[in-house]
Write a protein that binds this ligand. Structure first.
Ligand code: ZN
Length: 162
């Protein structure tokens, strides 16, 4: 029997977000810096009766919505094992060893990740895409893959089967 699978792939100029972050793990911390992140999305699924896996328009809308949540934010990895993170009134205070960062809470996006690496951001975005697509009531999706590029030609991917 022939094996056959279908997937749709979206990579657009507007699928991006600008964000500040630093990678930190025990014994190492990057300086605070930013990227113009680019996002790509691949959705694998069954070919529907209408001839497609799902409407490209839905993938684009959902991906754009998800990217917008991260745009112009400082990304805070809430599950970090080396940062102490607390809120003080309208501020977020991060401590790493003797260093302290303070940001207005409205400038921050608290993420359920350990590191704000492209890999973990891709994992977070894949989860967000999955949840958003569920609200769009699209059937027959078998996997989602999200790519996050910190710079052109340098991307990390996370693929989740559903
Ligand atoms: Zn970086």
């Amino acid at each position: 029997m022939k094996e056959r699978s279908f997937r749709v792939y979206v990579e657009k100029d507007y699928l991006k977000f600008n964000a500040a972050h630093f990678i930190a793990y025990r014994g190492f911390r990057e300086a605070l810096h930013g990227h113009n992140y680019r996002v790509s999305v691949e959705v694998e699924g069954e070919l529907g009766a209408q001839g497609y896996v799902l409407d490209f328009g839905i993938v684009k809308d959902v991906a754009k919505r998800v990217c917008n949540r991260l745009n112009e934010k400082t990304l805070i990895p809430m599950r970090s094992d080396c940062l102490t993170i607390r809120e003080e009134g309208s501020q977020v205070v991060l401590n790493y060893e003797q260093d302290e960062f303070r940001f207005p809470k409205s400038d921050c996006l608290m993420l359920p990740i350990v590191h704000s690496s492209a890999e973990e951001l891709a994992q977070f975005l894949a989860g967000e895409m999955r949840r958003e697509l569920a609200t769009e009531k699209v059937d027959g999706i078998t996997a989602i893959e999200v790519g996050v590029a910190e710079t052109p030609g340098q991307a990390a991917y996370c693929r989740e089967t559903l």
